[in-house]
Each structure stands twice: as C-alpha cells, then as structure tokens.
Ligand binder design. Sequence first.
Ligand code: ATP
Ligand code: LTN
Length: 334
Amino acid sequence: MIDGKKVLFSGMQATNVLTIGNYLGALKNWLTLSDEYECFYSVVDLHSITVRQDPAELRKRARNLLTLYIAAGLDPKKNCIYYQSHVSAHAELSWILNCFTYMGELNRMTQFKDKSAKHADNINAGLFTYPVLMAADILLYQADVVPVGKDQLQHLEITRDIAQRFNAIYGDVFTIPEPYLGKVGAKIMSLQDPTKKMSKSDDNINASVYLMDDKDTIIRKFKRAVTDSEGAVLYNDTQLGIHNLIDIYCACTGKTPEEVVKEFDGKGYGEFKLAVGESVADILTPLQERFYALEKDKAYIDGVIKENAEKASYYATKTLRKVQKKVGFPERIR
Ligand code: ATP
Ligand code: LTN
C-alpha cells in the first residue's frame, strides 16, 4: 500500500516497435487501472539486452516507449514512468532472488524455450534468468496487481512462487502479486497466421499492426489479414482469423462479440475488415498526434525521466534494504 492505495506494477520491453497486441493486451488496461492504483510503469531495458541490441537503437526505442506511455494517456505526475536501468535495485534484488529460484523452474518457462529456439546463437544466462529479473521488478514495489497479456502468466506464477518461498523462510517480506488480464484483447493473434500471437519481433511486417502505422497502412494490413472461406462473420473456434478480428474490433469499440456478429450479419469480409481497420485507426491516430507533439518537448520528457527515477528508487530501495537485512548482509554504516 502506498498512501492508502494498492500498488500496480507493469513494464514493457523497448525491443522493436509496439503492436496493437501490446496496446490492447497491456497498455489499454494500464489506463483503465491508473486511477485506482498507485502505479509503476517501467521501460524494462535490462530485459531488452537478453537479446542482442544495437545500442543507439535501443536508447532511441526506450525513449520512444517512455514517451508513448505518456501519449497513450498515462499522466507521469500520477504514474511513475521510468527506465528500469535507472533504478539499480532491480539488478540487486534480481541477484538475491536468483539464489531462491531453481534451475528446474526456469527450464519450464515457455518464453525461454521459444526465445532460445529463435536466438540459437545467443542462449545467454540472462535469457534463462529473465523471469527472476521480472520477479524482482514486481516484488520491489510490493505490487498487488500486475496487468499483462496472457503470454506472461507463467512469469507471474513463478514470481508468486519465488515470493512465497522467500516469505516462508524470512517472514512476510513480499506482497504476493495477482495478475490482471483484460476481458478482451488479452491475446491478439498474428494477422497472417491466427494460430500465432501477434508479436513485435515477427519478421513479417504484415502480421502486425504497429502503433505508428498510418491509416492507409492499417487498412491495407487488415484487408490482407488471413481469414477463411466460410464467408460469414461468426465468433467461433474454427474461424480463427475472424475470431481475432472480432476481438480487435471489440477491444477498440467496446462492443461485444454478439453485437458484432449481428452488425455484420449478411455482410462480406471486405466490409468487416474495413470497419476493423477504421476502428483501430480511430484509436491510433490521436495517440500518434500526441506522441509527435510530446517527442518535441525534450525538456519535459527529461524532467519526467529524472523525477520518476528518483521516486521509483525511493520505493525500490526501501524493499531492497529490508531484503538485504533479512538474508544477512551487514548493515550500512552511515
Ligand atoms: P517480443 O515479440 O519482442 O517478445 P512482445 O510483442 O511479446 O515482444 P512484450 O514486450 O514481451 O511484447 O510484451 C509487452 C506486453 O504486451 C506484455 O504485457 C504482453 O503480455 C503484452 N502482449 C504482447 N503481445 C501481445 C498480444 N499479441 N496480445 C495481447 N497482449 C500482448
Ligand atoms: N516480460 C514482460 C515485460 C516485463 C514485465 C515486468 C511485465 C518485465 N518485467 C514486470 C510486468 C511486470 C513482457 O511483457 N515480455
């Protein structure tokens, strides 16, 4: 609890450009929850280097992502928006928690399996212990709730296991966090292969709609989206492409799948795809305008970066000191 409010933590990696999957699965829920909770939203750049990055590119993307959090509507006065690498407590707690995590647990992580298959030439220890750093992120702020997309639930589960294990040995040190999944949009699928999650690192640019895509590009990508030969807009488990488009449309318009099926009864896929594209563009266009305006205001963004890193450090260090004491590190002499 901070000032009588429950705490929320979440983060995103500054790898590649965000997709509407990231927006509808995560960022959009962050906005809904930001009044109710004391929120920490991190640009998790320590996580990004588990995959090889170009330094200049990473720096640029991290700043863009931080700016995008604000452009999406998160007020940096109320929400702590900061770079993970500016708060050294993340790396310090992560080391300690590494010593409370089993190899067997980490071996079961599907993200590790997927990423090591994808980056077979660079299966580094950081990629393996990625979930421990994520646990440190969450536990440092004593977060009650963590809004994520479905793909991150396994990491939330291991975070809870690590926290419970630590608490069982040392007493109530960590708050046990709960995941928060949005009702719609928790798993947006690729537009080119609806059995695969839409991912910002997909090599096929037509598989994802990026947050910075202009309206024409958005409409074009939806026109090309893989569907089926049924020809009817129905919400079921066999028409996966259409199912995904309905999910996207619902997430953007607030309509229910039943309403959408009714709306497009007797209409063709062409008309439906156009409506989906327009509903996405209606959300992205104002967000892009805010982003381009904010990006120009260097002093403002710099101020946010500095102030919020200090705020995050304050809370993170409080937990870190408690943990260091519990595990038996010597007291600091002032
Ligand atoms: P990458 O493909 O580079 O691994 P990613 O697109 O999966 O990245 P992350 O940075 O790992 O994105 O995730 C940021 C947030 O967005 C997480 O909360 C994640 O669960 C959510 N998210 C990512 N992809 C989707 C998706 N297709 N549908 C819903 N939520 C998603
Ligand atoms: N692994 C997450 C990003 C992430 C995160 C976190 C999310 C890192 N630390 C803490 C929630 C809470 C992902 O989205 N790929």
